[in-house]
Design a protein around this ligand. Structure first.
Ligand SMILES: Cc1ncc(COP(=O)(O)O)c(C=O)c1O
Length: 401
């Protein structure tokens, strides 16, 4: 039934004022863009042409298109719909989240897991939940932006340790005045592809009564025949070691997780704001990641093939092989890196670009990943074209590591 007055004429929206001369904000934005342009650091969003050979993705094992993973996502879509509809603590917890968490425990050998809607949220979630004014965070100099942001948001005192320098970490922990401490590292670093000295770090953390928090974003599906570097070095389940991971790289899905003790999980459920105030991971992502984790656990040969391809890339391009999915070719300047990537795109090959501020040493690089399921002939053809483009590029002066 119409409410009284429904027939009355509806007033027009007020006219939108015509744009006037640019104000101070526009001037500032233009100035910032110009500076980025001049430094060769302007980034643009673009879609990948369908015909491109994709050597830029994080889908290290090709699982995002694996028929079993796609079927699992489709089944979850039919069963649960497109979204989780609520946060986990309201009505968003679905059986599929619990199945995912159990499977991630199986894969990594950890006692408990909690899924987040991204790896970024997992890192900011665990650090803000653990940090406070009486908890020192010692963060490796090469730690990912999500760990840096988590440390900043935690309101903890933060010290930066020299990259993979265990003695430096030990000194920072030993002279602290805070009661608690957490040391934050990645297992496999994304730019250099080097492995953190986890055994030594864990020993220092045990002596100094600190937690070692390891981001396995680039370790799961890659190190330890897929089960991660923490598992490989025998630290899975150690009470003073916790792990974070993303579901969006080797698992080919979307989301993240924190793994560790049951007590840590309980604490996160109650205090991690990116968990509490966030809609639960979409059912399709949870189902896809569960299937992918199971495939990785039961098919270690998949990871072996990734390393074979990585070796082929390194040998063909004459670069030192990183013990990681990502291989990278140093280039003299950010502009040269962007130009090379553009030339390759024009030849039907997508490669990534590492540029400041994403590179810890300021050296720009072409970033190349060859998924474990890529046909060798296709990879070989692409590498031939990459060599042609690289031949015309200046190389950088590389500092000693
Ligand atoms: C080391 C590391 N940690 C965390 C993340 C964030 O993961 P996600 O993309 O799932 O948010 C990334 C993604 O690039 C990463 O490289």
């Amino acid at each position: 039934m119409a409410a009284p007055g429904d027939d009355a004429p509806v007033p027009e929206h007020p006219a939108v004022p015509a744009p006037t001369a640019a104000g101070p904000l526009d001037d500032w934005l233009r100035d910032r863009r110009q500076r980025r342009e001049e430094a060769g650091l302007r980034r643009r969003l673009r879609t990948l042409p369908g015909a491109c050979v994709d050597l830029a993705s994080n889908d290290y094992l090709g699982l995002s298109r694996d028929p079993r993973v796609v079927a699992a996502a489709r089944e979850a879509l039919d069963a649960h719909g497109t979204g989780s509809r609520a946060s986990r603590l309201v009505t968003g917890t679905l059986g599929i989240h619990e199945v995912l968490e159990r499977e991630l425990c199986e894969l990594t050998g950890q006692p408990a897991a909690l899924a987040f809607s991204s790896g970024y949220a997992a890192n900011t979630g665990v650090l803000t939940a653990l940090g406070d004014a009486d908890t020192l965070i010692v963060s490796d100099a090469h730690a990912h932006a999500s760990l840096v942001d988590g440390a900043r948001l935690s309101r903890s005192p933060v010290r930066i340790a020299r990259h993979s320098d265990v003695a430096h970490v030990g000194r920072l922990l030993a002279k602290r005045s805070e009661e608690r401490a957490a040391v934050v590292v990645e297992s496999v670093y994304s730019v250099w592809g080097d492995h953190a000295p986890l055994v030594e770090l864990a020993a220092v953390c045990r002596t100094e009564n600190a937690l070692l928090l390891v981001d396995e974003a680039h370790g799961i599906g890659v190190a330890g025949r897929g089960r991660g570097l923490v598992h490989e070095v025998g630290l899975a389940g150690a009470p003073h070691v916790a792990v974070t991971m993303t579901l969006s790289k080797a698992l080919g899905a979307q989301g993240g997780a924190v793994l560790g003790s049951e007590a840590l999980r309980e604490h996160l459920v109650n205090t991690a704001r990116p968990f509490i105030f966030d809609t639960a991971l979409a059912p399709t992502s949870a189902a896809a990641a569960t299937e992918a984790a199971q495939i990785i656990r039961t098919t270690p040969e998949l990871t072996d093939r990734l390393h074979e391809r990585a070796r082929f890339v390194a040998e063909t391009l004459d670069i030192a092989q990183a013990r990681a999915a990502v291989q990278s070719v140093p280039v003299a300047t950010p502009e040269a890196a962007v130009r090379a990537a553009e030339q390759l795109r024009a030849r039907g090959i997508a490669v990534g670009c590492f540029r400041p501020p994403s590179v810890p040493d300021g050296i720009s690089r072409l970033r190349i990943t060859a998924p474990g399921n890529m046909e060798l002939q296709e990879l070989s053809d692409a590498l031939t074209r990459i060599r042609e483009v690289l031949a015309g590029l200046p190389g950088p002066e590389l500092p000693a590591r």
